[in-house]
Design a protein around this ligand. Sequence first.
Ligand SMILES: [Zn+2]
Length: 120
Amino acid sequence: MHEVSLCRSLAAAVTRAAGVRRVEAIHVDVGQLRQVVPEAMAHAWTFVVRDTGLDGAALNLTSIPAVLACDACGASAELGPELGFDCHTCGSAQTHLSSGEEFILTAIDVSDPGDRRGEP
Ligand SMILES: [Zn+2]
């Protein structure tokens, strides 16, 4: 369950960034190669934030495809489970991943207490 430790560090980062503001939702880019299971992540998040200031904050994951870029011919292609790390176009082994390893907190939605002025 590495999702729990991911959620713990996520919760710590969000708490630091949000301060006293109420967090409605957070948005995270997750590369396919991080092997994060969205359902497990959602479950871990609920568990980690329960009874904390982040209780009720929604976790929105965006899956980022793994893309293999070739240094030899410049081609890039999405990495599929059946394909190796050689260039799909020219067969060169001089390739690198241009995406797919992300785990990035991209946005935090907070409700500004000022917005609630005038509400009952
Ligand atoms: Zn190539």
